[in-house]
Write a protein of this length. Sequence first.
Lengths: 85, 790
Amino acid sequence: MRSEHAAAPAARYLADVPAGESARVVGVEQGHALRMRLMAIGITPGTVVRMVMRNPVGPCIVAVRGARVALGRGMLRRIRVETVS
Amino acid sequence: MSRRLRIALAGNPNSGKTTLFNAMTGAHQRVGNYPGVTVERREGVCRVGGVEIEVVDLPGTYSLTAYSIEERVARDAILDPDLDLVIDVVDASNADRNFYLTTQLIEIGKPVVIALNMSDVARANGVEMNLERLSALFSAPVVETVGHRGSGVQELLKAALARAERNAFPPPPRLRYGDALDAALDALSARPDAQAAAARLGVPARWLALKLLEEDNAIVERVAETGLREAARALARPIAERAGDRIEALTADARYGFISGVCHAALRQTAQARHTHSDRIDAVVTHWLFGIPIFLLMMYAVFRFTFALGEPLMGILERLFEGLGGWVGGRWPEGSESLLRSLLVDGVIGGVGGVITFLPNILLLFFAISLLEDSGYMARAAFVTDHLMRHFGLQGRSFIPMLLGFGCSVPGIMATQTLEQGRARLATILVLPLMSCGARLTIYALLIPAFFPRHLHARVMWIVYVVGIAAALALARLLRTTVLRGDSPPLVIELPPYRWPTLRGALLRMATQSGLYLRKAGTIILGISIVLWALTTFPRRTEFERDYAAEAEAARGAYAEAAARALGVPLDAADVAAERVDELADRIADLCAHFGERIAQAERAGNTTEQLTLLAARDAGLARLRDAAPAEFDRTARYLDEARIPRDEALEAIALARQMERMTHSYAGRIGRWLEPAIRPLGFDWRIGTALIGAFAAKEVFVAQMGIVFSIGEQNLSTLRERLRAEYSPITAFSLLLFCLLSAPCMATIAVTRQEAGGWRWAALQFFGLTAVAYAVSLVVYQVGSRIWV
C-alpha cells in the first residue's frame, strides 16, 4: 500500500530472496488481519529480515528481530521487500 | 490478616510463561476452559507474606487485538475488574519483539510488573540490561527471572504485591502516535460520553479512544454511545486517508518506534549467538528431504512409548475393574437378579472402568507431547508437514493428532489442543475417528480370519486402514469446502530455540490434562454407559422360553454321574472324590490352556516348527505330572475329560442362551430387529445390528456382543468364526469391516469431540456424518460386490 508508488526497479517479494540473504520489509499486500499478525510477530515496514532456510516446496524460515519465524509460501509472496544497502 | 490478590500472567508464546506459572503455583493449579471457547484456562494459587495470590496463566499471545480467540480471551481476562495486576513475562533474549505486547499492556491501565524471563540465556547471548532504566521507561517494576530454575520467582511475587498495595510509579508513558493521531486521541478522550463509556468498561478513556479509532470491533460493539462511535469514525478517516494506511497499522508502527527507543536506552546487544545452535539442528530437522522421515520417526517413538508402556498398565486397570466388579457383584447371592447389582457391575463399573482404562495412554501421551512441545520440536513438526496437509485443507499440526488416532481416537482428539483455533482444527477433530483405532483391531481380528484365506489377511487389513486414511483426507477436504469453508491462514509460526524440556513441566501438564479428561469425559461417559446398560437390560425378561434352571440342574446331575464313573466311586461320594483331585485337575487344565493358546498362535502364524516344539513341550509337562502319580493322573484326566469339561461347557452354553434370550427381548435387541430393514441392503441382519449398538459403547464390545447373539462365549473365538462363516458371506464381512471402520465412533470419542469442538452439534455432525458415510460405502460395496461374486 504505502510502497505502491515506490520507485523500486521491480517489485520484489520475500519469496524471491535467496537463502542467506537479507532484505528490508517495505509492506504487506492484502489482508489486514494477516498484516497485523505479521506486525505482532515483528515483521513491520523497515525491519531487516534474513532468509535462513528455503526449501524447494513448503514454508521457509526467516530471521526476524533475533527470532526464527516459519512463513508459508502464500505469506512470502505478499511481503514486499527491498535490497539492503 | 488475609488478603486476596488476583494477578494474570501475560506474555508471548515461548516466553516461558507457563514454566514461570508452574514455578509460582506448583501443583496448586486447576485447568479448565474459558466459557464458550476451548482455550485452556489455567489457574493456580500461591502465598506470599500472608497474602493469598490467585494466578491466571493467560494464553500466549503476541498482541492484544481482536484477531484471534486467544488474544480476545487474554484481553477480556485483563479487562476483568476483579483482576488486580498483570505480570508481563518477557523473553529477555528476545526482548524487542516481546515488548510489543508490553506497550499494549501498559495502556490498558492495570498495574503491570515486568518479568524479564530467561535472563540467564539473554546474558549468555551477550545482552546487557539496565533494569532501572527499563523500569523508568515503562513506569513498571522489572524483575529478572529464570523460570525453569525458579530463581527470581519470590522477588517477582513480592514486587507484584508491593505494586498492588502501593503505587510508587508515575502513570505509564504515553506512546506518541504522531501529531494527527495524538490530537484525535485527546479530542476523543475528552468527550464526556467517552469518559462515561470508559468508566463503565473500567478502562482509561485514552485507551478506549485508541480502540475506537483503530476500529477494534470487539471493543466498538461494547460502546453503546452512537455519537461517540460516529465521532471516532469521523476523526479516523482523514488521518487514515492522509497516511494511506489503516490506523491500526500506524499505531503498530509507533509502538515499534517506542520499543526501539527503549531497547536503545536500556539494552545492549554485544554478540549475536542466540540461534546458531538451533539453526544447526534445524538444517537437518527441517530439511526438505529428511524433515518428514525424521518427523515420522519421532512420531513412531511417541507412539511406541505411549502404547508399549500404556498397554500393560491398561491391562492392570482392566483387571482391577474386573476384580472390583466381581467384588461388588459378590455382595449379592449367586445368580441374583438384582437390578442394582446389574446397574453397578455392568453399567457403572463397566462404563467408568472403560474410561479409566484409557488413562495410562492419555497420561503417557501428554507426557511425551509436552516433552516435544517444550523442546521446541512441535513447531518444527508443524513446519515440515504443513505443505502436505494443506492439500486437504488441514494444517501441519493436524498430522500428529491424526497419527495418534491409530492408537485411540480419544487422546488423538485431545491432542488437537496444540492446533490453532478454527476450522482446520474442527475438521481435524471431525475426521479423526476414521484413523482406525486399536479397539477396532479386535473386530478385524474376529472377522478377517473367519472369512478370508490366510494369504489375504494382511492385504484386507491394509485395505481397511488405507480406506480409513483416504476417507479421512477426502472428508477433511469436503468439510473445508462446505460446512467449514474458509481459507487456511498461511503458516506464521515462531520456531523457538531448542531447549531441554523440564520433567516438572511435563509431569504437571500430564496431571492437569488427565484431570480434565476424567472430569469432563467421565461424567458424559457415565451417563451414556447407564443409557446403554438400560437398553440391553430393559424390558426385563422374567419368564423365559426355556427352563434354564432345570437345564443347569440336569447338567450338574450328569456331571455327578460322570465324575463317579471316572473316579470309580459311588454317586454320593463323587463330590468329595472330585474335590480331592481338583488341584491336580487344575494343574492339568492350566498346562493345556497355557500351551493351547501358544500352539494356536503358532498355527495362525503358520509356524509349524514352533507348533511342534510347543506340542512336545506340553506333552513333556503332562508326562512329568503323570510320572509323579500315574494312577491318580489317569483317573483325574478321565474325570476332566468326561465330567468337569462337559459340565463347564454345558453351563456356559445355558448361561449364554439365557443372555441371548434376554438380549433379544431387550430394547437393544428390538432396535437391532427394527434396524434390520435398514441394514439389510448392507448385508447385515438384526444380530449384527444389535452388536453394532454395543460397539457404540466401545468398539471392542462388538466381539462380545456377537458372542452373545450367537450364544458362543468370547473365549471360543474359533467356534464363533465358524458360525459366522456359516451365516454370512465374505462380501457381507467386508461390508461389515468397512462399516465398523467408518461408522459412528464410540461414545468416548463423541464425548471428547463435544468437549474439544465446543458443542454437541459438532459431536452430532460427527456421529451422523460418519454413519452416513459408512452406510453409503457399505451399501456400494455389498450391492456391487454381491452382484459380481455371487
